[in-house]
Design a protein around this ligand. Structure first.
Ligand SMILES: *Cc1c(COP(=O)(O)O)cnc(C)c1O
Length: 422
């Protein structure tokens, strides 16, 4: 671990600090301010003081973030053996972990069983069979049954996971049948709904609760409700949601689980990138050293991230006309921002891409043999430290097997013999 001792603690990441971090660690660079995570946690906890929070690890699985969340009593929601391994490595309490997702393969099941996870969210009838038939239901674990609330997508354009045609969860009647079976086996905790991501409107959850009410009436054994995550950043109306949800849970004596991902980490993250070239024209193209292989969301979802010029103390004129902040790769979608509001930008300037703490490096790739950027964490005292080294070139081919086939085709999965080629 590398201490960045020159830094004075500060309450925000000021532009001078951003310059120093870029000098010390290079660009592109991810910077996570743990104080912003604390602020986000406070927002959720003020509204839901009694809920158990299971952070959706797919948003950002950096160990420093997982450890920080754990230190604040937060558990995790995981969907792959890799995520489970990482949250366990961060010493999260297994009882506060919920295993979910549409797959739940053998490797995930084995590690979940060995580590003693507290909850498993069943997404299909065959998952229930897999857990029991292949090693047995894990000792001490309880099940949620994931309901597809089949909400009209017209109610919200981002309701991608909660509409009838999505792959997630079971239709309410099927979910009820499975939940009855699980209850008869003595391991039902309750029902689970994750309605979508970037939800801004509490009306979505009114719809969810209306679907869940008759199911809970038919499941007297259920004592918990997992409402998933998906709360938009910034500005989600937690108090309004809490009003609706708390009356639902209190009337039925249910303990609440929530699975915020983006809501806890998005505001904490800044992607720092340096301007390589500026091309004036019909549209100004600012070619930066970060692109879709670092931050995929703009290309994948058309997501908008605020981009601002980091001041170097000089005065810059404003710029008329449209500006794109483009990445370094040969791909039209390799763009960080369209129509960014930037002043005159020069080669070598630093740009700060904001709201980038969630689904950033987590969705990054080796596309075009891009190496992953470093991650710096600013801790509660305001001191920055390196949390993940910039990838070395060797990482690109470290797993390649030489042409002579030495070692054959190594395909190792948890506890399974490897199929061998040839
Ligand atoms: C992705 C996911 C979340 C978190 O979603 P955010 O939009 O990041 O809050 C929570 N629960 C489940 C089941 C998910 O798939």
């Amino acid at each position: 671990m590398l201490d960045f001792a020159l830094m004075q603690p500060s309450s925000t990441i000021d532009d001078a600090t951003l310059h120093e971090l870029a000098e010390a660690f290079g660009t592109p660079l991810w910077i996570y301010d743990l104080r912003e995570i604390d602020a986000a946690l406070t927002l959720v906890r003020d509204a839901f003081p009694h809920a158990h929070l299971a952070y959706a690890a797919k948003a950002n699985a950096n160990r420093a973030i997982l450890r920080h969340l754990h230190a604040h009593g937060v558990g995790a929601e995981v969907i792959t053996v890799g995520e489970l391994a990482r949250v366990l490595r961060a010493e999260m309490n297994p009882a506060g972990i919920v295993v979910g997702g549409p797959a739940q393969d053998r490797a995930l099941r084995e590690l979940a069983r060995r580590s003693g996870v507290g909850r498993i969210s069943l997404d299909s009838v065959s998952q229930w069979a897999d857990w029991r038939d292949d090693g047995g239901w894990p000792d001490g674990a309880r099940a949620f049954v994931r309901v597809n609330p089949a909400l009209d997508p017209a109610t919200h354009e981002h309701m991608a996971t909660g509409q009838a045609t999505s792959k997630f969860g079971l239709a309410p009647d099927e979910a009820l049948a499975l939940a009855r079976e699980v209850a008869d086996a003595g391991v039902l905790a309750g029902l689970h709904v994750h309605a979508g991501s970037q939800i801004t409107d509490t009306a979505v959850h009114d719809g969810v609760l209306a679907v869940l009410a008759p199911l809970y009436d038919a499941l007297p054994e259920a004592y918990e409700l997992d409402l998933g995550g998906g709360f938009a950043v910034p500005g989600y109306p937690y108090a309004a949601l809490a009003e609706r949800v708390t009356s639902f849970t209190e009337a039925r004596g249910l303990r609440l689980w929530l699975e915020p991902g983006r809501a806890l980490v998005a505001t904490a993250g800044t992607l720092l990138t340096r301007v390589l070239h500026v091309k004036e024209g019909v549209r100004r193209h600012v070619i930066a050293d970060a692109g879709m292989a670092d931050l995929l969301r703009p290309a994948l979802y058309g997501a908008h991230h605020p981009v601002r010029a980091v001041s170097d103390g000089s005065t810059r004129r404003s710029h008329d006309g449209p500006t794109d902040v483009d990445g370094p790769l040969c791909e039209n979608a390799d763009r960080i921002a369209r129509d960014a509001a930037l002043p005159d930008v020069l080669r070598g300037d630093l740009l700060a891409v904001e709201l980038a703490g969630a689904y950033g490096l987590a969705m990054g790739s080796h596309y075009a043999s891009h190496t992953r950027a470093a991650e710096v964490v600013i801790d509660g005292g305001g001191a920055p430290r390196l949390a993940r080294r910039r990838e070395v070139l060797e990482a690109l081919w470290a797993d390649e097997v030489d042409e002579e086939g030495e070692g054959g085709f190594e395909f190792l999965t948890f506890g399974e013999a490897a199929p061998t080629a040839g």
